[in-house]
Design a protein around this ligand. Structure first.
Ligand code: ADP
Length: 255
């Protein structure tokens, strides 16, 4: 069941006027988005509509050429480029879970999870390990701590990818189609973990083609097409009462 939207007045992150081009191709034409604490925001839309680019721009993996990112503590004007302090702030704000988990094949599961906290954040090893073990236990993988990624199923690998993002203790998690690279029978276990984290109150933005999942866990859904936000609202508003032709057509194709 979707949780009731909390009565929060201030977004954890406000995005305004996000613009991004790759060469001559403008892929985001001024995107506005608010991510509220403890809420799940699903980003849906056709392939190539710019959803992943939005997510990567929030995390500093892409540098948009215009727009502002504002939290209760700071604001970044993207037109100025990203300086070192901006990148530190973005890294503390969010961690990304990718389509492909990108685990280091030569490291154990435990070391894959602790490498970020120990190397980047200089967390003492014992503390990072304790946290990593607790998180692995949280997603049902405590006994896999010493395994190599190749010894895990695709779904287990992706759960490690989620734990690795959580280990950085971000304020929010960003998921870029976390199940699209998985065999169909492995999708459920990953979505179940994401749903549980949502229930626990994690703030999340999720790019997904899993519309039933978006309907079940999201507080807010944004529909993108061709680099613009076409509709935004509750899952009920978007899925049961789509206003635009573009969303109606998109839903007809996928449902
Ligand atoms: P979506 O996540 O909705 O599928 P993307 O954000 O991945 O969309 O892509 C939006 C558009 O930007 C697409 O036309 C894609 O080809 C283009 N694009 C994305 N990344 C790059 C890149 N690194 N270089 C050039 N074009 C890119």
């Amino acid at each position: 069941m979707p949780s009731e939207p909390a009565t929060v007045s201030e977004p954890l992150l406000s995005v305004r006027g996000l613009r991004k081009s790759f060469g001559d191709l403008t892929v985001l034409h001024g995107v506005d988005l608010d991510l509220f604490p403890g809420q799940v925001h699903a980003l849906i839309g056709p392939s190539g509509s710019g959803k992943t680019t939005v997510l990567r721009s929030l995390n500093g993996l892409e540098t948009a050429e215009a727009g502002t990112l504002t939290t209760p503590d700071w604001s970044i004007d993207l037109a100025q480029g990203l300086g070192r302090r901006d990148r530190t702030r973005l890294a503390a704000l969010s961690s990304m879970v990718f389509q492909q988990h990108h685990l280091f094949p030569h490291l154990s599961v435990l070391d894959n999870v602790t490498v970020g906290p120990t190397v980047v954040q200089r967390v003492p090893r014992a503390e990072a390990e304790q946290h990593a073990r607790a998180l692995l236990d949280r997603v049902g993988l405590a006994e896999k701590a010493d395994a190599r990624p190749s010894e895990l199923s695709g779904g287990q690998q992706q759960r490690v990818g989620i734990v690795r993002a959580m280990a950085m203790r971000p304020q929010m998690l960003l998921f870029d189609e976390p199940t699209s690279a998985l065999d169909p029978e492995l999708v459920g276990e990953v979505l179940r973990v994401v749903g549980e984290l949502a229930h626990e109150g994690w703030t999340m933005a999720i790019v997904t083609h899993e519309l039933a999942f978006a309907r079940a866990v999201a507080d807010t859904v944004t529909f993108f097409d061709a680099g613009v936000v076409v509709e935004q609202g509750t899952p009920e508003q978007l899925f049961d009462d789509p206003r635009s032709d573009r969303l109606q057509r998109f839903l007809r194709r996928l449902t």
